[in-house]
Design a protein around this ligand. Structure first.
Ligand code: ATP
Ligand code: MG
Length: 326
């Protein structure tokens, strides 16, 4: 089993960024899984295209458009002047950023700066003290728990440890969102579960328990479970840290392919600058409670902010020869 998995991971590693997500599928499940994923991809693509057209029109109207200015199109996810404290301890102060449909935002910043807290606020697990939070294009402040669950089916989160249900198998974990819909036949569910596990590089692990898996494998399964909800957006908390370099590379490639081929809107919390540069359309750098920088990766490369430069330089020192680069 271990040899098989290593071979599978090595194969996936050789496929590179451009390989199609569906190439990994065995022929008997491929049509079902492709149809299932394509429905979500088509809807996501239509939204992303509308954004591009709108942005092109706006750029024509104003040559001075900058990502610091108000967004030119309706963002899919946004923080507008969000503040959050725990007791006297201020974590976020007037933080603003946005993510357009189909785009990827990377959240950067040192440990304890509020990156995970920001994701928890977006998922509605924590409430901000002030400010507006937009998720799936709507203000989530007044939503009931039931309404928030609808939002969470469009925007799902992949936690660092996977946050899988420990007492049920990997297959049951991935099947969970499919069963909740109550409109699918059992063999269709089993095919999609098998296919999603193949897609994320952990084929054949349906009957294992989460406790039998490595951290990286748990994260892959968590991504498969997130995809089973046919989301428009996925939030990832440090997806490539605390795993071996090959696994980090595979997870990084997978996130990039999900963005490119399923047009998923993504937010990725990461310390890995090369990964961020490869993946991000925009970057927000949190520092001492504020969004010290928010802009495109291009703008980040040109910034003269000494604090951001110090962070980038430290990142180079801490992680020499990082795996996620090509
Ligand atoms: N529920 C909570 N109650 C009290 N304090 C909290 C809570 N959640 C987070 N914090 C505090 O908020 C601060 C920001 O935490 P957060 O987990 O967002 O950091 P982070 O940027 O994700 O760091 P890391 O890179 O280490 O994961 C920390 O000081 C943390 O102790
Ligand atoms: Mg964190």
């Amino acid at each position: 089993m271990a040899d098989e998995n290593n071979a599978q991971r090595a194969d996936a590693g050789e496929q590179g960024d451009d390989s199609k997500l569906f190439d990994a599928l065995t022929p008997d499940v491929a049509p079902t899984v492709e149809e299932f994923m394509s429905k979500a991809a088509t809807a996501n693509e239509a939204e992303a295209e509308a954004v591009e057209q709108d942005a092109a029109l706006q750029a024509g109207a104003s040559m001075e458009a900058s990502s610091f200015a108000s967004p030119t199109v309706a963002p899919y996810i946004a923080f507008e002047n969000v503040s959050k404290s725990f007791g006297d301890f201020v974590v976020l102060k007037d933080v603003s950023f946005f993510v357009n449909p189909g785009e990827t935002l990377c959240i950067l910043g040192r440990s304890g700066v509020g990156k995970s807290v920001s994701l928890q606020i977006l998922m509605g697990f924590l409430k901000p003290d002030r400010g507006t939070v937009l998720v799936a294009g709507q203000d989530i402040s007044g939503l009931s728990e039931r309404e928030m669950q609808v939002v969470r089916s469009k925007v799902t989160m992949v936690f660092q440890n996977g946050a899988l249900f420990d007492s049920i198998t990997v297959g049951e974990n991935v099947a969970f969102p499919l069963r909740e819909r109550r409109d699918m036949e059992e063999d269709q569910i089993l095919q999609i579960v098998r296919g999603l596990l193949e897609m994320v590089g952990v084929a054949g692990m349906e009957n294992m328990l989460p406790s039998d898996l490595s951290t990286g494998m748990k994260r892959s399964v968590a991504i498969a479970r997130a995809l089973a909800a046919q989301p428009a957006a996925v939030l990832y908390d440090e997806p490539t840290t605390m795993v071996d370099p090959l696994m980090a590379h595979l997870l990084g490639d997978l996130i990039q392919r999900l963005k490119a081929q399923l047009h998923l809107t993504s937010i990725v919390v990461t310390h890995d600058m090369r990964f961020a540069e490869k993946l991000a359309d925009r970057v927000v750098f949190l520092h001492e409670g504020t969004a010290r920088f928010f802009g495109t990766t291009e703008e980040m490369r040109q910034t003269r902010d000494p604090v951001l430069h110090e962070f980038l330089a430290l990142d180079e020192l801490v992680l020499p020869g990082k795996a996620v680069s090509s």
